[in-house]
Write a new protein. Sequence first.
Length: 745
Amino acid sequence: MLEHPGPQGWIRIPAHEGNCCRARTTCIGLSAAIATVVSTAFVVDEPVPLLLVSVRLLVPSLTYASRGVDVSFDGAEVRAPASKGLGTAGSVLVLSGLGLVVGVEASVFVTSVQLGRGGGQTVFTLQTFSTPTLSLLADERLNFPGYFQAGNVLVEGSLQGGHVSSSNPLLQNLPPRALEVAVVVLRLVFSLAVVVGDTLIVTCRGTGAYRLLVDEVLAMRVLGFEVSGGAGLLLPLLAANRGDHEIVLQFLGMEGLNSTQIQSAQFAELTFQALPSSGVNTWKIASYSQGAVSNTNDGSFAGFQPVLQLAVELAPERSPPNALIAVNLQVSADLNPVATQLTLVAPPGFSFPTLCGELCSSFGEFFAGTSRPVANLLTTAAVGLLDQQLVFNIQTPLRTPQVLTWLVQAFDPAGNLLGWGQADGFKVNQMRDAQVLYGGVPGLQNAQLAFVFTLETPSLEGTFRIVEVVAPSEISLSCDRLEHLTLPDAVCAEQGPGFARLELDESLQPGTFSFTVTGELPSQTPQQNVFSIVIRRSPSEHVVDAAFDFVGWQIRDVSISQPVLAWSTASFQEISTVTISFTVQLATIALRAMLIGLPPGFQHRVRSVEEFKVSNQRLPLLKGSTDWLDVSVLDRILISLEPEDPAVDVGTYMFSFPVEMPAVAELPSVNLWQLSFCSSRYCVHPKDEAVLVSFPLPGFLPGDVSLLEQRRQQLAQEAAGRPETASARMMRWSILAGAPVLLCS
């Protein structure tokens, strides 16, 4: 019990744990009054010559140099029978109606006291008066210790998505999402110093309380007395979870530093990971020294609101290159928000038309810091755009981008971001089976270039009537000797360096097609040795399907003419004699084998070397009675040359052999023969590494008459004295001029 003699008697102050005044709270006041209870107990001792009618309680100071508002009784309420008297203002509380009795302890309870900003030990003065006007002082107790007031923690913070550190600029500007690991950064300023051994407890509360994580990301740094860009001093901590929503950190000592870890008014930064939730969340930050609260923010920090995760589904009807396509879109989210705007961010290379759908528009904008095009879907419908079947249009690039991810953002009617989501995009599908075949001989004139492709899109309107071929500009294309093969009849609308355009009599339907044009090859492989095939609608010119940038063949250092294919007429499943001829224009020692490839459905009927005729005895066949000929596989024939003496002289060479024609059901969609010249005997396919050059030869069908057969018939007509027809005369001059003999159907 503390005693202090007054001028008119004694006031005894019971030693309530060393204080006469207690604050039944650990909270501190900020700028508004809070429900804090202060209780005061004291005893009036004899002698007291005058009746005590009033008491004045002052809180003159805190040991901490407080900033801003100090303790205030302005809004305080006093529990009956006592009452708040006139003269109460600020840190002065006047009490009336106490009914003090000499020698009996009196207590008064005061609520709704606004505590001072800051923290530390409070100091009180208690005075009693004999008059209601406080004009006659009866007794007083000066500057006795009151309750310990916890210091204040000023809190600022931010929530960063776990993707912020990503090198992907698409993600760096996006806010964190619920149920996705994010990084919490709290900037803290303590009123009272934090020392070694103190504990810091971070608690998240509310319906949207975050799950707090203790991992390698957790760190605390002292930044100084001003926020700067420096990394700060990393403090040693012992951290652990206490439940899902609380982290307990103990400050450890560090060599070279005194016991004070964070000084008063010094900035500190706490970083850790959390799993955000949707809903209201508040954060309490409190430090404890020897088990008692030393600093706190009363749990008043309002926290952060993550946005929602969107589930995005993209389903294109088709995705050919360089085509305007329709894409089905569905976006959904938890909590059923109403989104009236969806922002679509496509991968680089795609482009939106200005009017990209019924609800879609685009104005050539790109997402911040990227080359990704942006479009917006807008609606005024009350149901919004989520969980709806939506469609938009987009132009595909020539080839699949390296990054296929799409981004979709959803906004509410007020323009606030509700959430965002990513979707794995779709590849740009090059037209199937697209390829070009030609013999890569330097400067070859009248080279046959064969093109193959497979179309899978049906033409309901019958408008797929344009076929374009793009070649390196060094290769000049010509339709003079166009072979349609499985392509419908066509007119050559354009031809020239690096380009040919065919306009078909009929629309293409799903299937595999092949055709040949002639070309003049350069003396060396083009630097950009790529080809393209484009199928367009007529007359809109819209791309139906395409294959871009498939690789052409290398130009090799050999000099062989374009081979010629001839045959004797035969019907389905009958035997025809096929002849392949070619001319070696410069002698070579590079060859070790020649490979003849038959189209699907055709099968050779060579049973012995006697059934395979070689016209030129100067061809250095592999020595041995039968070793030079491999006919073990019915769709190919391998002719091997002598490796010890492989020189092939200048001259014309012909191979003749029996072939069985296909049945009706076996007619090939790619009716091409191939003659390949190889640098090794191990040569079984035109694309093997050993192949130097491989020539395509337009094929024929059962019942077709070759030019060689037509010439025989023409000569028979002339011998019989019948007049020569115009077509026969043109054919004869063509043969006499040395033009290659090709298919004539």
